[in-house]
Design a protein around this ligand. Structure first.
Ligand code: NAI
Length: 740
């Protein structure tokens, strides 16, 4: 037995401690399941064993779920299931099948089994707990339980969809599983997912007490008179739930998520069957889900790629790891204050600089309000909050920069000003003990890095470190290499981003870099549609239906109309005669001139009531373009959907062609973390790969003929289409990924 340690106490309680060797967190590997099966068999046959308590030996928690790397990496392929009607021998099926079989063996071993959850229990970890007869959870600050499979395009396939439904009722279970919701200890208790919540360290004793005093070895659903809370689908109230859930799902996901649909089917069908048949139905739908392109792409992006980038897979090899201790942030505005906050949160000392002390202090006040919010939500202790704030030194005195490991410049978006502060800051940065090793990063969103680097005394140490707003929430940081940026500087910038627990992608210097370059066309396409007479509500509804977090017009309000107008006019200036005006841009400029700046002042495409509540379309919009197309048909919606998604995807393809970005993982992760690109697709290039390059080119040609050259496929796509290549096939860095 490798993954469990067992110990029989004087009362005949077998304590089974889950502890996968060499890992900081337990996951269900093939070996762990084999061990658990052996334990279940021992419980069944060994008369000395009166009951069992399962717990974890890891300080990080109980278990994070099934081991996806093993599950999808071929470890399961040899296993076959003769009862599978489709003859599927797929690895995922084998794993889910085995997990279900083992958990069921445990559940029906004839002895009471309690689980002592000493922290986080997610996915397969919670599924195991649900197969135990009694669940104790500790109240640790990081403790949470949940079935988050939906977030990677799957649904609980280790009995979770059947047990949770039978435990807490179809409605609550479907809501929890379709959102991938995780529960804090007291919520898990009130939802009825666990039986008892105890202080940290007392889980095992509480579990043993239950075995000694009550110790019922029969699962609820195996009892004769068991009734599912709220009724099953054959119950009138139960049927209602499914009708409602169906409508809700249609509204929320528009059929983009096969996992959600299959979850519903598994639950609906499973509830009408005895438990042993129900878990077979679950397995079948699970493997069906696993085979969908959405699940494959989502697992790749949300699980593997994010993990790899989160470990710095784009970091140049051969540069020694660095650990920045002090950063100077120039500009204590919205971005600067956010950057100060996330840096201090990671234990980095921050010199927060603005034009005068009052402006710098205002930036620190912003950090104070973020800290307050975190404390009031129980996300941060008072001590941690104070320690964080103590690390931030607001000042207007540039000499305090000396001794910093890096500068992040976030003053107004103005080239001359940025050049000036770069010179002033470098005069301090490149003196003293960090003179040789320090680097300079700029958070500019539009000015070329290589242009700004001209003001630097050492362009090899100059780099773009581009955050997204709001900084404390957005996980992506775009790192932009200027022409002269050295590998060493790139590595140091990545080390900093990893230290503040953000995900870095590395891109080359080009107008708008990568994320904004691909995102802006989404909003511009919304303007095209508006000018063509599509009703704004229709545009935004279909926009949301693509899987984007908001429709294009709502999104423009969120970003701020004045900012977009400024970006448009600067683009026009920079491109000169090559600039093609966007229909509608003049109208938006007029809205800005009339004081409609977007959500920030409550007036944009929509009116936002001061007292909160729902926004409503600004009636004045129809004076600008009278809506002539107000009703949607499936064909119309499909056309809009394609335009909104493909305009972004073709731009991403151009970024590959121009070398702005070169790793499909970074392109996909960047699209999702940077601007909320439709998560079901697994990211922007996964979308193209799933469509197929040849088909994508064909569809782009059609869109070009109808709507113009902005849809024209770049030569790269035509070449790839001719060779039948995908982005992951052509640009995939699988070896680097494995090494990372
Ligand atoms: P902001 O206007 O909120 O803050 C700029 C700050 O710079 C102000 O506090 C100002 O007093 C300060 N400042 C001006 N001159 C200074 C000087 N000589 N020394 C020190 N501080 C000085 O602007 P925001 O939105 O924070 O943007 C800052 C930078 O971040 C810009 O380059 C912008 O393009 C970029 N950015 C903005 C994003 C956004 O969503 N707002 C997203 C990503 C990047």
């Amino acid at each position: 037995m490798e993954c469990f340690k067992t110990e029989l106490d004087a009362d005949g309680i077998l304590l089974c401690t889950f502890d996968v060797p060499g890992k900081t967190m337990n996951t269900f590997t093939k070996q762990a399941l084999a061990d658990l099966l052996a334990i279940a068999e021992r419980a069944k046959t060994d008369a000395e064993v009166k009951g069992m308590v399962i717990t974890s030996g890891k300080t990080t928690g109980f278990c994070a779920g099934a081991d996806l790397e093993e599950m999808l990496g071929g470890a399961w392929e040899a296993k076959s299931d003769p009862s599978d009607p489709e003859g599927a021998l797929k690895a995922g099926f084998a794993a889910a099948f085995e997990m279900n079989r083992v958990y069921r063996q445990l559940e029906t071993c004839g002895k009471p089994v309690a689980v002592a959850l000493n922290g986080l229990a997610l996915g397969g970890g919670l599924e195991l707990a649900l197969a135990c007869h009694y669940r104790v959870l500790n109240d640790g600050p990081k403790t949470q339980v949940g079935l988050p499979e939906i977030k990677i395009g799957l649904f609980p396939g280790g009995g979770g969809s059947q047990r949770l439904t039978r435990l807490i009722g179809a409605q609550a279970a479907l809501m929890a599983m379709s959102e991938g919701k995780s529960f804090k200890p007291k919520d898990a208790l009130s939802a009825g997912i666990v039986h008892e919540v105890v202080p940290v360290g007392q889980e095992v004793e509480a579990a043993k007490t239950w075995i000694r005093t009550k110790g019922d070895p029969v699962a609820l659903w195996d009892k004769k008179d068991y009734k599912i809370p709220g009724g099953g689908p054959y119950h009138p109230a139960g049927a209602q739930i499914f009708i409602m859930a169906n409508a809700l799902l249609r509204k929320q996901s528009y059929g983009n998520y096969p996992a959600v649909v299959n979850l519903m089917r598994a639950v609906y069908e499973g509830l009408q069957l005895p438990f042993d048949s129900a878990i077979k139905v679950e397995s079948r739908y699970f493997v069906n889900t696993l085979q969908t392109p959405q699940a494959k792409a989502m697992i790749r992006t949300f699980f593997f790629s994010m993990q790899q980038l989160g470990k710095g897979s784009g970091r140049p090899a051969g540069v020694e790891k660095t650990d920045p201790k002090q950063v100077a942030v120039l500009g204590a505005g919205m971005m600067g204050a956010g950057i100060a906050y996330v840096s201090a949160q990671a234990g980095i000392r921050v010199i927060l600089i603005d034009r005068d002390d009052a402006a710098a202090s205002k930036g620190k006040s912003h950090c104070e309000s973020l800290v307050k919010k975190a404390v009031s939500r129980g996300k941060m202790t008072q001590e941690k909050a104070q320690a964080l704030l103590d690390l931030i030194v607001p000042t207007s005195d540039y000499t305090q920069i000396a001794g910093s490991d890096l500068v992040v410049e976030a003053v107004f978006e103005n080239t001359e000003l940025k050049e000036k502060v770069t010179k002033d800051a470098e005069a301090q940065l490149y003196t003293g003990d960090k003179a040789e090793t320090a680097i300079f990063g700029t958070n500019t969103s539009t000015i070329p890095i290589s242009l700004l680097a001209k003001a630097s005394v050492d362009a090899s140490k100059f780099i773009g470190i581009h955050f997204f707003s709001p900084v404390d929430k957005m996980m992506l940081v775009e790192i932009i290499r200027g022409k002269e940026t050295s590998d060493e500087t790139l590595a140091k910038a990545i080390d900093y981003v990893l230290k503040i627990r953000k995900t870095p992608i590395v891109v080359n210097d080009a107008r708008f870099f990568y994320a904004n370059r691909c995102f802006i066309p989404f909003t511009a396409e919304g303007l095209h549609l508006w000018a063509e007479g599509y009703a704004p509500a229709l545009i935004d509804n279909v926009g949301r239906a693509t899987g984007m977090p908001r429709g294009p017009l709502e999104m423009m309000d969120d970003v701020a109309l004045d900012l977009l107008v400024k970006i448009t006019s600067e683009t026009a200036k920079a491109m000169g005669d090559a600039y093609v005006p966007i229909p509608g841009e003049k109208e938006v400029a007029q809205m800005v001139a009339d004081g409609r700046l977007g959500r920030k002042n409550g007036k944009g495409f929509y009116d936002y009531p001061e007292a909160g509540g729902n926004k409503s379309l600004w009636p004045g919009l129809s004076d600008k373009f009278a809506p002539t197309i107000t009703d949607s048909t499936p064909e119309l919606a499909e056309d809009i959907r394609k335009r909104l998604l493909y305009i972004q995807a073709v731009t991403a393809a151009r970024c590959f062609e121009e070398g702005v970005i070169s790793d499909p993982r970074e392109a996909d992760v960047g699209s999702i973390l940077g601007w909320g690109f439709a998560p079901w697709s697994g990211g922007i290039v996964s979308l193209i790969d799933a469509i197929g390059t040849a088909k994508f080119v064909e569809e782009l040609d059609e869109l070009t003929a109808k709507y113009g050259d902005r849809f024209a496929p770049p030569q790269l796509l035509r070449d790839m289409a001719a060779k039948g290549e995908t982005f992951y096939g052509r640009f995939g860095k699988t070896d680097a990924a494995k090494a990372a």
